[in-house]
Design a protein around this ligand. Structure first.
Ligand code: 6R9
Length: 649
């Protein structure tokens, strides 16, 4: 495909906060003198005690990252209280339910009331500064209240995506020793109910076996479905909140006090608790939210992510609310009750800025243009994409059909670890190239290195690193700083290694090519192949498993599993179904295998390492170029794998 460039749109330029000259000027300042640049922009949030130190960071040795370290602030204060004087009656959250007739608007005044009450409920149930609170909730305003109530009293929240299984939830409760859980009776998505309370009951029981005793479970009534109840442990949210006092002073937090933990997958071991802290994170997400989306006062902003992922944390709740925005929170799915749902919601609430994932764009593109063109979408001004590389076809469709060539598409590259957007166009400043995340945000210094760590200059393709810290960066892996150093700073000494491959073109634009490690990205959901493998081998019939990603039209990547069975077990469609069921139970539906190949042997080196390169090629149905197989202990397994591949074109 020939590479196309879309020049900055006139209408975007005329209203933009940042034009091209300003971008280049600010960018230069931000990398030349980060202290000065961030010292200035750190003031975009309110501080109870102003900072005097701005940056104190090191990517070598013990790796220590501190921003604004002697300042005192509070996240809920910045997201709520400071707006009350000027915009108390403005809508803070528009909630759009799964059912299109179900919606609610919450003003900043109401948000204050709800968050303060809930903060008091937490306090009266013994939650203190530094305690971990697990949030396992559907996309309802109470999820945002819960996050903000934690930040109000200095408790650390750990949100677990509502699609995760009881086992996965239990693992995350145990890892951060969380004794307070907030959930709902049931979730509702696409007309289907998700038994959140039931899953929580099971997870609490499983956690108990590891000696982590959950003392209280606070339950929001969402569907009024039947749930089991444990009087000494369970509390109805609506009853407790109604009784609580409507004021709660915000705790004075140090900039480096922990704000939240969010578990994410890596290439090895169990998911890591990514820890973000208070001051730098809020400065970074509010600033990126404003400039990347060219957010203006009064705009209606909608990010379709789930609060269980980092995008929901940074760009549904913290960034927009810190900026006093009206943020839309959507409970449902893109194709319910019809594939027009997104565009209907945009018209209904007059959305100006819309931020979604390539997997949704591809699915809706597949449903046909008529579902889009029958809606108006006149209010739209900026479109965003996040979560995985967006293929140029989907990009063009988003730009031409959804945005009718009037809205810039900002393809934003970032990670749970980075806290906020890192490489991205700015609507009024950056010429767009479909499929490229374009250029770095202020203060971000990307670098490409080859496998030996040698720096690549100019036009090149390599491993993407970031050479210096930015305020939104994660600070540690919760409870395991050594793992933090090992995972991110040991591959290329003194640099943060992202795990992504990337190409830089002659214009200095960055093109993310996908993960170079054993992390796969299925519909924008990040997963370690090791996690799926360990779920598979925990099944009685399985002796060994190797999992790889392969290109999938809709999901971006699909999950391909090579499974070696125990003596006496026989593979077949029944067992395939059972294995899919098993993995869904162990991790959650997002980890459902797409292909399972029963393979008596796996390609291993003489030292026993599985050669994934070969398995990837076979899964891609591209085995003509398998490369060198001579180092295999038994080269004949490859023939069998090819003969029985599940992806024949
Ligand atoms: C925010 C988020 C991070 C991984 C990241 C990369 C992929 C995200 C992307 C993208 C290409 C983009 N990724 N955005 N790849 N273009 N615009 O998604 O965080 O869940 O931690 O995933 O997602 O591979 O390393 P997270």
């Amino acid at each position: 495909m020939t590479q196309k460039t879309h020049k900055v749109l006139k209408q975007a330029k005329s209203r933009a906060l940042i034009d091209s000259d300003t971008y280049h000027d600010w960018y230069k300042q931000s990398v030349k003198n980060p202290e000065k640049f961030w010292g200035k922009h750190g003031k975009r949030i309110d501080w109870f005690k102003p900072y005097t130190k701005v940056k104190n960071t090191s990517f070598t040795g013990k790796v220590s990252i501190k921003w604004f370290e002697d300042g005192l602030t509070n996240v809920s204060y910045n997201c709520i209280d400071r707006h009350l004087k000027t915009r108390g009656d403005q809508t803070a959250i528009i909630w759009e339910g799964d059912n299109p007739y179900d919606d609610r608007k919450i003003t900043y005044n109401e948000l204050y009331d709800q968050v303060c009450r809930l903060a008091n409920v937490l306090k009266s149930n013994g939650v203190r500064k530094g305690d971990r609170v697990t949030i396992y909730m559907p996309m309802i305003p109470e999820a945002a209240y819960a996050m903000l109530a934690c930040t109000r009293i200095g408790a650390i929240h750990s949100i677990v995506f509502g699609g995760f299984s009881p086992d996965a939830l239990a693992g995350r409760i145990v890892d951060c020793e969380s004794t307070f859980v907030i959930t709902a009776d049931e979730g509702l998505r696409g007309g289907k109910k998700i038994p959140l309370k039931h899953n929580t009951d099971q997870a609490v029981a499983i956690a108990g076996r590891s000696d982590v005793v959950v003392k209280k479970v606070l339950v929001v009534q969402r569907t009024a479905g039947k749930v089991d109840w444990f009087d000494s442990r369970d509390i109805w949210y609506h009853e407790a909140v109604a009784r609580a006092k409507p004021d709660c002073p915000p705790a004075k937090m140090k900039a480096e006090d922990p704000l939240f933990i969010l578990y994410t997958s890596g290439s090895t071991g169990k998911p890591k608790g990514v820890l973000h802290t208070t001051g730098g994170y809020l400065v970074y997400v509010s600033m990126t939210h404003q400039y990347v989306f060219d957010y203006h006062d009064g705009d209606i902003y909608w990010c379709t992510a789930d609060v269980g992922w980092v995008t929901g944390h940074s760009y549904i709740v913290y960034g927009p609310l810190a900026n006093g925005a009206t943020t839309l929170m959507f409970e449902g799915v893109p194709n319910y009750p019809s594939p027009s749902r997104f565009w209907d919601v945009i018209d209904k609430h007059q959305v100006n800025i819309f931020y979604t994932a390539p997997t949704a764009i591809r699915a809706l593109m597949g449903a046909g243009d008529a579902h889009v063109t029958k809606t108006s979408r006149k209010s739209l001004r900026t479109l965003g994409s996040v979560g995985e590389p967006i293929n140029p076809e989907a990009w063009e469709w988003y730009y031409n059909v959804v945005g009718e060539k009037k809205c810039p598409v900002v393809d934003t590259w970032w990670q749970t670890e980075t806290g906020g957007i890192m490489i991205t166009p700015l609507p009024g400043a950056t010429d767009l190239k479909p499929g490229s995340a374009t250029t770095p945000f202020f203060g971000i210094q990307p670098q490409l290195v080859d496998n030996d760590g040698d720096v690549l200059e100019g036009t090149a393709e390599g491993n993407l690193c970031i050479t210096d810290s930015w305020p939104g960066q994660m600070r540690t892996v919760y409870g395991d700083h050594e793992r933090f150093i090992q995972t991110y700073f040991s591959t290329y000494k003194g640099k943060y290694f992202t795990g992504d491959g990337c190409r830089r073109d002659a214009d200095g634009y960055y093109w993310i090519t996908g993960r170079v490690d054993d992390v796969i990205n299925v519909s924008g959901h990040r997963m370690g192949t090791a996690e799926v493998e360990s779920a598979l081998v925990s099944h009685d019939a399985v002796s060994e498993a190797a999992v790889v990603g392969y290109p999938h039209d809709m999901k971006g990547q699909g999950i391909y599993c090579y499974v070696t069975l125990m003596e006496g077990a026989t593979g077949g469609d029944e067992l395939r179904k059972d294995l899919v069921r098993h993995v869904r139970n162990e991790i959650g539906p997002i980890a459902s295998p797409d292909k399972i190949q029963f393979s008596p042997g796996l390609p291993k080196t003489r030292s026993g390492k599985i050669m994934r390169r070969i398995l990837r090629k076979i899964a891609e149905d591209d085995f003509a170029a398998l490369g060198d197989t001579s180092t295999l202990a038994d080269p004949t397994v490859v023939t069998d794998l090819i003969d029985n591949r599940q992806n024949k074109k």
